[in-house]
Design a binder for this molecule. Structure first.
Ligand SMILES: Nc1ncnc2c1ncn2[C@@H]1O[C@H](COP(=O)(O)OP(=O)(O)O)[C@@H](O)[C@H]1O
Ligand SMILES: [Mg+2]
Length: 264
């Protein structure tokens, strides 16, 4: 069974079609990257998946459960690190995790052990008792990952987890995510603007443009399918850039887009 099934998903905000007949599937254990320019519909699709936003139409299932019919059960299966920061800067890292563990109604006698384990996993043991406002960007993001995985979700969804971080901090976030995958085999769905992150860390990627999924496959499949492309960056530009800017004619572009749809 697919872990995530999104089929013909549509989301309208008034006249704006934020997600337009999008379909993707994600397999258990995969790292899956959702790529696309600003406004492509990535965050909207993610917020529907994590039950924060109702779809206009279409089907979204996690482990076979429809997200609109079984939101509580779906929420227990997933962790979510939103695009906007979610840790409280006026508390310590430990205190932030303690609050989440209480919200999860984790038994008192389990809390300390579970919190200690995730702090070790995201490499924040030494900083646990410092106020989050003194943390670097990478440390804050790792704390937010820790908050999102306290209940050991099957699926961790991260919206731009590394945006605005320097390369060292970005690597530290990825190290935490890979430590998590080694421990639990957690499936990852993430968005990023850094193509090299998708290239290095994603098993498969979907590229969105104007609400549509315009390509889906492994980075290597997509690179082979786009003439002249040697990197995912080339694929991204060919599919989301302006037709004239990318130098191709309209019919070239249309042919290319048809070919890429086949991987969906
Ligand atoms: N709550 C909302 N109300 C109205 N329009 C929205 C809302 N959320 C997103 N949009 C619009 O939907 C489109 C997709 O946005 P979003 O999903 O945030 O894209 P991305 O995450 O790929 O940058 C954009 O045109 C955005 O302005
Ligand atoms: Mg977004």
């Amino acid at each position: 069974m697919h872990l995530v099934e999104i089929e013909g998903l549509v989301k309208r905000f008034g006249d704006i079609v934020a997600v337009d007949e999008a379909s993707i599937t994600i397999e258990p254990g995969e790292a899956f990257a959702l790529l696309g320019p600003n406004g492509a519909g990535k965050t909207t699709m993610i917020r529907i998946l994590v039950t924060l936003l109702p779809p206009t139409s279409g089907i979204v299932r996690v482990a076979g459960l429809d997200v609109t019919r079984y939101p509580d059960r779906v929420r227990r299966m997933l962790g979510y690190v939103p695009q906007t920061l979610s840790a409280d800067p006026a508390l310590t890292g430990y205190e932030n995790l303690l609050i989440v563990s209480k919200l999860l109604r984790m038994p008192r006698n389990e809390r300390e052990l579970v919190i200690a384990e995730v702090l070790r996993l995201v490499d924040l043991e030494d900083a646990a008792d410092r106020l989050v406002r003194t943390y670097s960007g990478g440390m804050v993001r790792r704390l937010e990952v820790a908050q999102a995985i306290l209940h050991r979700p099957l699926l961790l969804v991260l919206d731009e987890p590394t945006v605005g971080l320097d390369p060292t901090a970005r690597r530290s976030v990825w190290e935490a995510l890979f430590a998590l995958r080694r421990r639990d085999g957690t499936t990852l769905l993430f968005t990023t603007h850094y193509m090299e992150e998708a290239e290095s860390y994603a098993d498969r990627v979907a590229i969105m443009n104007r609400g549509r999924v315009v390509a889906c496959g492994t980075p290597a499949e997509l690179e082979r399918a786009v003439p002249g492309a040697t990197t995912l960056d080339d694929v991204f530009t060919a599919l989301t850039g302006d037709v004239l800017e990318s130098g191709g004619s309209f019919s070239d572009t249309r042919r290319l887009r048809r070919r890429l749809q086949r991987f969906n």
